[in-house]
Design a protein around this ligand. Structure first.
Ligand code: ACO
Length: 329
């Protein structure tokens, strides 16, 4: 008998109301709308203020997903959070989300896969469900990249934004539906190309200025760019081969939203025309692991995903980490 696979019963998102445009950034650092648009495709991003923490953002997205699934917080067996920007280092952000949500029956823990973290979380949920250990998982990706961004560094501050995404994960009852293949890889030898020195997002900015000046994200942009394209193409090939599915059968490609040029290169390699590629990097920038679940949710709302649609999700992030998942909705 084949191992149980999973499907997504629902999706949910939360986005901060505050919009930071390229014109706003022109007032903050030596940059221009033209440079940002041409190099990244980003026009604006959302910024969560001090009034909302990362766990709270996750809780909002989780509530949104539970509502669509028609489930109560106490129906959740496992609450798995992916975030690169925890409010605090201990306990796991998932435990804080659990308490806010009231998911009193769930085991709650984090997975650390940077931008690939939400696909890692889905894979962990898949494993737990396939093993018969749980029936219902909630995979949540709240990311407050603004809290770890050096707003004086034009090379990085134009790239990131804040958002949260979530999905309820349950066993797939129907043969050929749900997750058809998944692939995960990491290469820790390249960690120094994209990392954040130790610090907490709870430290107030003025203290961080003095004590933890080093606590912001650092990135070797060009190297990351090349590795992102290479790794995402590899992951695309791997899941298609695993599932025995050809490139032209893919109905919708949902790539990690870091840079429009990376998205276009991945789409070209995957043989998926741009009208079948979800793009929101122009509106949100790079929201780390929230980018794929937010995209999935928006693509559903836009009517691009119907019963039976074949969706290819692919990500790349710090670590390096990369992953892909092929899903028959
Ligand atoms: N405005 C104006 N000029 C800038 C800016 C800016 N915001 N940032 C850098 N520049 C300048 C540089 O100083 C440099 O000037 P110089 O030639 O006088 O030295 C010039 O622009 C070119 O800089 P590069 O860094 O070489 O520019 P590049 O074309 O590589 O684009 C970018 C930079 C957009 C960061 C690109 O490398 C990139 O997108 N990399 C991948 C980033 C990424 O995807 N990260 C996320 C993946 S992992 C994750 O999601 C966490």
């Amino acid at each position: 008998m084949a191992a149980r696979t999973i499907r997504l019963a629902s999706t949910g998102i939360w986005l901060p109301a505050k919009v930071l445009t390229n014109a706003d950034l022109e007032q903050m650092v030596d940059t221009s709308n033209e440079w940002i648009l041409e190099r990244t495709g980003i026009r604006e991003r959302r910024i969560a203020g001090d009034e909302v923490g990362v766990a709270q953002m996750g809780c909002y997205a989780a509530q949104n997903a539970l509502e669509e699934a028609g489930l109560a917080p106490s129906d959740v067996d496992a609450l798995i959070v992916s975030t690169a920007t925890p409010d605090r280092l201990l306990p796991a952000t998932a435990c804080d989300v659990q308490a806010m949500l009231g998911a009193d029956r769930a085991v709650a823990f984090d997975v650390g896969g940077a931008c690939s973290g939400w696909l890692y979380a889905l894979s962990v949920a898949h494993g737990l469900i396939a093993a018969g250990q749980i029936e219902t998982a909630l995979c949540v990706a709240p990311e407050k990249m603004s809290a770890i961004t050096d707003w004086r560094d034009r090379a990085t501050c134009v790239l990131f934004g804040d958002a949260a995404g979530a999905a309820v994960v349950v066993p797939s009852e129907e043969e050929g539906r749900g997750v058809l293949a998944s692939y995960m890889r990491s290469d820790g030898t390249l960690a120094e190309l994209l990392y954040r020195p130790p610090a907490s997002t709870e430290v107030p900015v003025d203290v961080a200025e003095i004590v933890m000046r080093d606590g912001y994200i650092r990135m070797a942009g060009r190297e990351v760019f090349k590795a992102a394209v290479r790794s995402m193409c590899e992951a695309v090939d791997a899941v298609l081969e695993q599932a025995g599915i050809s490139k032209d059968e893919v109905d919708l490609l949902i790539p990690h939203q870091a840079n429009i040029r990376i998205i276009e290169a991945t789409a070209k390699y995957a043989g998926v025309p741009l009208e079948r590629v979800w793009v929101n990097v122009d509106r949100y920038g790079n929201t780390s692991s929230a980018s794929v679940p937010v995209s999935l949710h928006e693509a559903r709302e836009a009517g691009l995903i119907r019963d039976g649609s074949l969706i290819l999700m692919v990500t790349f992030g710090a670590g390096f980490t990369w992953a892909a998942m092929l899903l028959r909705w």
